[in-house]
Design a protein around this ligand. Structure first.
Ligand SMILES: [Zn+2]
Length: 289
């Protein structure tokens, strides 16, 4: 009789525990002001998580797991060409998966038919750990060919894929969370990994701020591409997308339908101007050294 591997038991406990701890901390130390009732916001985003989990289990896993097994068996992909020691191969595979996810994130904003789906994640009017679960099932389905390309091109074996998938889940829960960390602690952590203040800027309604901070794990990719932005105070940020500002825009039914309808020009602010809160002194810094 085959036994369930230990990581299949441990990973959901760690990910679920991270979500619960962050959600509890969000009540005690909120980083940004909150607009929606917490229970309504979290329960709606958990519904998104249900559809997302079904998509991953039914569509993504049957493709990527056999592919990673085949890649390991046949020793295909960039890292196998270099004949690296197994530990170095594993570390570099995880790092390169993280970098190619940075590229995918940029593409989801730049390519209009991908943005239709990624928009559903960004219209959320509050940003908290549950927003990390708010991805349209269509976006996850559309990411499968990219994921397959990542695995094949890099030469990702199954254990590296597993480590990356689970650390990514913990990482996106963390940096979407609305938890105020002590500023000195966050400044230190932000040198290495994406933090709540860094990702909060990416979810701002100001387009120039949205088009920054694309990393999902290590911050080094934003440093290297010159796309890191640290100078926006969280209290000055309005979370969301300018053209979709109302509670009706984020309901479950409207959000699921969003990619398939006529698109509003998303940069347009309803009253033809940025909200007052964004007219701030340019000298203000927060995470910036
Ligand atoms: Zn985004």
């Amino acid at each position: 009789m085959s036994r369930t591997p230990w990581w299949r038991v441990l990973a959901p406990v760690v990910v679920g525990g991270t979500f619960l701890v962050l959600t509890a901390l969000e009540r005690r130390r909120p980083l940004r002001r909150v607009r929606e009732a917490k229970w309504r916001h979290v329960s709606r985003n958990i519904a998104f998580a249900g559809a997302a989990a079904a998509t991953v289990n039914l569509l993504e896993r049957p493709v990527v797991e056999p592919l990673a097994n085949a890649i390991e068996r046949r020793r295909c992909g960039l890292l196998y060409v270099w004949r690296l020691p197994p530990v170095l191969h594993l570390i570099l595979a995880v790092v390169l998966l993280d970098y190619t996810l940075y590229v995918w994130h940029v593409l989801t904003h730049r390519i209009s038919w991908l943005w239709r789906f990624h928009l559903v994640h960004h219209v959320d009017r509050d940003l908290d750990a549950s927003t990390a679960l708010r991805f349209h099932a269509g976006e996850l389905a559309l990411s499968i060919p990219w994921r397959a390309l990542q695995i094949a091109a890099i030469g990702v074996p199954p254990n590296a894929l597993r480590i990356w998938q689970n650390t990514l889940l913990v990482s996106i829960l963390f940096h979407h969370s609305n938890v105020e960390l002590p500023i000195d602690v966050e400044r230190f952590v932000a040198r290495v990994v994406v933090t709540p203040r860094i990702h909060g800027i990416h979810h701002s309604i100001v387009p120039e701020e949205t088009h920054s901070n694309w990393s999902s794990g290590l911050t080094v990719w934003d440093y290297l591409h010159g796309t890191l932005r640290l100078d926006v105070p969280q209290q000055a940020i309005t979370i969301g997308v300018p053209a979709y500002p109302t509670p009706a825009d984020v309901t479950l039914a409207n959000s699921f339908a969003l990619p398939f309808g006529a698109q509003r020009p998303w940069r347009a602010f309803p009253d033809d101007g940025e909200p007052e809160a964004h007219r701030r002194a340019s000298t203000v810094t927060e995470l910036a050294p």
